[in-house]
Design a protein around this ligand. Structure first.
Ligand code: NAD
Length: 251
């Protein structure tokens, strides 16, 4: 399938987990992909693997919490592939602990990556798309979480940061409605990645899974369809939406 042919997709946090998955499925759908994260060695392996499959991929070092780094990453992606018309703001971190245990440093760190990072990434993307006259078909997808809607005890900064991400998604969509790009959020339920590997290995993590109606985490490919749709031309009338894909975990 070539539904993303002609698109250049930049993905933050692409060195593993969901970001790597999104990069691979976007490339398989015909897009050129710029894979961004702090760990460039791992990105280079993924890019080489995608390249070996006959698609175009570039590894770019990026810290989403630093404005200069975000600008530089877009410069590098543009130099290689032309205007970035499609972005997945996926990078995110988590610190767990009760409200009394969370340090100010941990709180600030989560907001620096999850909130400031999404703000900087989406703003840089939209500005460049508009300047290049590519915003009308532009697509930005923000990766939020079900914990931005239903409160998640034990991960206050993360849960609050994701509520902010979902809110920013609607605000961007409204502010850029006339020109584009379209901006949408996905709010995934729990899915096995490095971010929660340790927690789901514990007895309380396992107990938590048993509270879900289907008593399981999302499948590895459970988000593919919605992401491909939101990046594609088919989503031309979809902006300001937030797609919850949680296998019924919040029911
Ligand atoms: P992960 O820890 O496997 O991946 C996170 C990625 O973000 C990594 O590539 C990491 O290098 C990158 N990253 C972290 N800080 C960064 C920074 N400052 N600059 C650039 N990149 C940075 O976790 P994941 O589960 O794949 O998470 C991806 C996104 O999905 C996150 O936003 C997360 O909140 C969200 N999410 C995950 C789940 C889940 O259950 N795994 C559920 C809902 C939402």
């Amino acid at each position: 399938n070539d539904t993303l042919a002609g698109r250049t997709v930049l993905i933050t946090g692409a060195s593993g987990g969901l970001g790597e998955r999104f990069a691979r499925i976007a490339a398989a759908a015909g897009a050129r992909v710029a894979l961004c994260a702090r760990r460039v060695d791992r990105l280079e392996q993924i890019a080489a693997d995608i390249g070996a499959g006959g698609r175009q991929a570039l590894a770019v070092a990026l810290d989403v919490s630093e404005e200069a780094s975000v600008k530089e990453a877009f410069d590098r992606a543009e130099a290689a592939f032309g205007t970035v018309d499609t972005v997945i703001a996926n990078a995110g971190i988590e610190h767990s602990g009760s409200v009394f245990d969370i340090s100010v440093e941990q709180f600030d760190q989560v907001f620096a990556v999850n909130v400031r990072g999404v703000f900087l990434t989406a703003r840089e993307a939209a500005r460049r798309m508009q300047e290049a006259g590519q915003a009308e078909r532009g697509r930005i997808v923000l990766v939020s979480s079900i914990t931005g809607q239903s409160v998640a005890p034990g991960i206050l900064p993360y849960s609050a940061s994701k509520a902010a991400v979902s809110h920013m998604g609607r605000l961007f969509a409204r502010e850029w409605a006339r020109t584009g790009p379209n901006v949408n959020c996905i709010s995934p339920g729990y899915i096995a990645t490095d971010i929660n590997h340790d927690w789901f290995a514990t007895e309380s993590g396992q107990k938590h899974i048993r509270t879900f109606p289907r008593r399981r985490l999302l499948d590895e490919d459970g988000l593919d369809g919605v992401v491909l749709y939101l990046l594609s031309d088919a989503a031309k009338n979809t902006t300001g939406a937030n797609f919850t894909v949680d296998d019924g975990q919040t029911l």
